[in-house]
Design a protein around this ligand. Structure first.
Ligand code: SAH
Length: 457
């Protein structure tokens, strides 16, 4: 699409990009900067106690249940009580590394909104917004394109499980202009208004996000999920001579305060239902919660239009054992000191596509490197460099570009998947009276190569 930002504005660098060797793992490692505080050691003990009493009462728990308890327990969950984003916190993900990332996703959103015929009501929905940097950069793009979106009824909807992070997001997006809901049964647990007057709402689950503005006003929604699906609970399975068996978490019989993985001898409901009949691997991880969210997104997009863009590190149904923890800048045994380390597993994009089924059109997964190059990242970088006299910021921009796109860093490991309403890719029916051939649908930005004219003005 012939649209490129004339933006000169530079976001204040929020992270210091260090030596490439260290950076290779930093997007995950940085989340653990608070791990060794006494407060965390004591919460760690309470998480461990909670898990061991649960296991004593009901037997070994699935890895999915373990992950859910450790990350999202409403009282002690790693994400829920998370204070890693302190004043000097340097939580690193692509939107934190470079403003260009969010700006290009902003362009993607505008491009999809235009391809849908510029619907009057436009909901921007983000899952797991972290500290809100991605949505902030996207909204800056929207406001720079003010004339285009001027008469649009735009609203922002954030799905966030962490009260702590929702406060950080609220501060960054709305300053002081947000309030918690008085009634905890309200679908949105917090509401606010951005400096440019856009309404922002926070929810715990996708079900709470409005699917449309009102029965008479259809809403067009764009759903974004960056490094969200990798944090959702996975089940782990091992192929055995007697068929698939589930790997679970148990108390180590030799050390009562330690956990260990065990293979359950009999099939479980999960091992009988979640494995594909033609599965070739010997070890498989499945994320049913991610599958359910994809199905809900699919139903919404099929019924009301819109699109979803999912970006994460992952594979296409080829990897096996990827469950791991990160703490203190190192890989961490995921069963050790639960609650003090981030837990994650690579996203299986082939599973997400399968869960989307035929209800939507799927594009990708395409590598981050290709997606960002197709979106014109090099041109955007040049514009920013030309408008930036400061050598430190220039270096920061170049390092960020390298980190996001280099195949050895985030360029290959991270992938983009889009879910689109089928109409988006189908050619309109020819006008039988005039005999005029309808125009072909616009290409979906990021998923095909940038043409020679694109990105120029
Ligand atoms: N998207 C951000 C942050 C990624 S970290 C970025 O790329 O910088 C994962 C985010 O998902 C955090 O905001 C975390 O609190 C949130 N999260 C994790 N599990 C969640 C769940 N089950 N429901 C909603 N949000 C969740």
């Amino acid at each position: 699409m012939r649209m490129f930002l004339k933006l000169n504005s530079l976001r204040k660098p929020s992270v210091h990009v260090k030596a490439p060797g260290v950076l290779a793992l930093r997007w995950r490692l940085q989340r653990c900067c608070f791990c060794s505080s006494p407060q965390n050691e004591s919460s760690n003990i309470s998480v461990l106690r909670h898990l061991t009493s649960k296991i004593k009462a009901t037997g070994p728990i699935s890895v999915a249940e373990y992950m859910k308890e450790v990350l999202a327990n409403p009282v002690s969950g790693y994400y829920v009580r998370n204070d890693m984003l302190g004043a000097d916190g340097d939580f690193i993900t692509s939107p934190e590394i470079s403003q260009i990332f969010g700006e290009l996703l902003g362009i993607w959103c505008v491009s999809e909104w235009m391809a849908a015929g510029k619907p009057k009501h436009f909901q921007l929905v983000e899952f797991g917004p972290g500290r809100g940097s991605l949505v902030t950069d996207i909204l800056r793009v929207f406001s720079q394109l003010g004339a285009l979106l001027q008469s649009t009824n735009l609203s922002v909807h954030l799905v966030e499980v962490s009260p702590r992070l929702s406060q950080v997001q609220a501060q960054n997006l709305t300053g002081e202009d947000s309030q918690s809901a008085r009634d905890e049964n309200e679908p949105a647990y917090r509401r606010g208004t951005t400096a440019t007057g856009l309404p922002v709402s926070w929810y715990r689950r996708i079900e709470d996000v409005p699917a449309f503005v009102s029965l008479s006003k259809p809403g067009f929604s764009l759903y974004l999920a960056h490094e969200f699906f990798d944090a959702l609970p996975i089940h782990k399975f091992q192929r055995t001579e007697r068929g698939w068996r589930e790997v679970m978490v148990d108390i180590d019989p030799d050390m009562a305060d330690r956990l260990r993985f065990v293979l359950i001898p009999a099939p479980t409901l999960a091992s009988s239902t979640l494995i594909q009949a033609d599965e070739q691997r010997t070890h498989v991880e499945v994320c049913p919660e991610g599958g359910v969210i994809i199905q809900k997104l699919t139903n919404r997009i099929a019924e009301y239009g819109g699109a979803a863009l999912i970006a994460d590190y992952g594979h296409d149904g080829t990897k096996t054992d990827t469950f791991r923890g990160f703490r203190g800048h190192k890989l961490h045994d995921p069963l050790e000191a639960p609650g003090t380390a981030d837990l994650t597993a690579d996203v299986d994009f082939s599973y997400l596509r399968r869960m989307a089924g035929t209800g939507v059109a799927c594009l990708g997964p395409i590598t981050q490197r290709h997606f960002l190059h197709n979106m014109g990242i090099s041109i955007r970088l040049q514009v920013l460099l030309q408008n930036c006299p400061n050598a430190f910021t220039q270096r920061h921009l170049l390092q960020g570009f390298d980190m996001l796109t280099s195949p050895k860093k985030m360029g290959e490991r991270f992938k983009f998947l889009a879910l689109l309403n089928h109409q988006r890719l189908s050619s309109p029916v020819a006008d039988t009276k005039s005999g005029k051939k309808p125009p072909a649908p616009l290409p979906v930005a990021g998923f095909s190569e940038l043409g020679p004219l694109q990105g120029r003005n």
